[in-house]
Write a protein that binds this ligand. Structure first.
Ligand code: NAD
Length: 333
């Protein structure tokens, strides 16, 4: 068993925060960061006391890296993860896993062939309150769930879409999906973790608030495998932002999850369920701890590649449905 897991982080936008976490996490060591922008990579590495490079090949060629985190534009995640896996590294990617299901499948195959860990970084999966809600739902606290929906009403300026690196990647279909793929995917993952797989979607999309190729408003009806129905509404044109609401209704009660915590959880027996009192086993606090544990202890990551794929399959089916003007059937397990 390795004493510490040696990390490389690729892409220093969102990846910068994860690189800092790798510096501070017990059992982890940040060896090298990689970014196409020299100044960014160099400045971070000098402050952090790690190596830096502008070339993924150089990073992957190093013998002193065990795991590589990918934080580049969304449409590149699985291609880069596959390169890392084929170079003998464990890999994890930020959300969404990718914007194409075929790429997720290829990355899952590459991980199997290499015998390496492949995980997706969804922050919601590490929050204790979400694990407590999951335990309550699995334990039947709300009875039989018949409705589960997500409303994400956020605001993003035009400069958000024009910016990033390469500039404008968030606005282009080749590199990003839109409000359900980029922002909504966090909660598509959360609600399907809570309620299980989705078997049919019916979507409508529009670009109503920004000058972009991708959508900035998306509405989808969902049918869950359990028989429950649901709605997902996402937009980045809502000024001011109204945050995210997840509501779950069952035969014995309902709950309202707002932004990152429980606003209301009431059943026929309890006016306010004490979520904080629900016992759950200890779990990793973030993706770096999760990878350290998966690599050194053989634990299952919170979101392995097979599960990260699920939300990609849902949002791509919503886009297909919106384009065809009819429901699209999925075969999720
Ligand atoms: N809460 C979250 O989990 C969260 C939040 C924000 C962004 N993200 C995800 O992180 C990813 C990046 O988003 P961002 O906002 O940080 O974008 P960004 O444009 O701000 O940063 C991307 C960085 O990656 C670098 N880069 C791009 N291509 C590269 C390559 N091939 N090799 C090396 N470096 C490369 C760029 O130079 C830039 O520094 C997206 O997939 C996004 O969805 C996740």
């Amino acid at each position: 068993m390795a004493e510490e897991v040696r990390f490389g982080i690729v892409g220093l936008g969102m990846g910068l925060g994860r690189a800092k976490i790798a510096l501070e996490t017990k059992g982890a060591r940040l060896v090298c960061v990689c970014d196409l922008q020299e100044a960014k990579a160099k400045a971070f590495a000098e402050a952090a006391g790690c190596e830096w490079t502008m070339s993924l090949d150089d990073l992957l060629g190093r013998g002193d890296i065990d795991a590589v985190g990918i934080f580049t534009p969304s449409g590149t995640h699985c291609d880069l993860a596959i390169q890392a896996l084929q170079a003998g590294k464990h890999a994890f990617v930020t959300k969404p896993m990718d914007i194409r299901v075929e790429k997720c499948d290829a990355a899952i195959r590459a991980a199997e062939e290499a015998g390496k860990v492949l995980a997706v970084d969804f922050g919601n999966r590490y929050s204790k309150v979400n694990r407590q809600v999951k335990a309550a739902l699995d334990g039947g606290k709300l009875g039989e769930i018949f409705l589960g929906d997500v409303r994400l009403k956020w605001f993003r300026k035009q400069s958000y879409y024009d910016g990033g690196y390469p500039p404008g990647w968030r606005s282009r279909k080749e590199t990003e999906g839109g409000s359900i793929a980029n922002q909504g995917v966090h909660y598509v993952d959360l609600i399907t973790w809570f309620l299980g797989p989705v078997v049919e979607v019916y979507g409508r999309i529009g670009t109503l608030g920004h000058r972009i190729e991708t959508e900035d408003i998306c509405i989808a009806h969902l049918s869950y495998q359990s028989g429950a129905l649901g709605l997902i509404a996402t937009t980045t044109s809502n000024y001011p932002s109204l945050g995210t609401t997840v509501e779950i209704s069952g035969t014995e009660g309902s709950l309202v999850w707002k932004d990152s915590g429980i606003e209301m959880f009431q059943t026929r027996d309890e006016e306010q369920v004490d979520v904080a009192g629900i016992e759950v086993p200890p779990g990793p606090k973030h993706i770096i701890e999760d990878m350290v544990s998966a690599i050194t202890q053989g634990t299952r990551p919170a979101v392995p590649g097979e599960e990260g794929r699920r939300s990609v399959e849902i949002f791509t089916a919503v886009y297909e449905s919106a384009q065809k003007g009819r429901p699209v059937v999925l075969h999720q397990q």
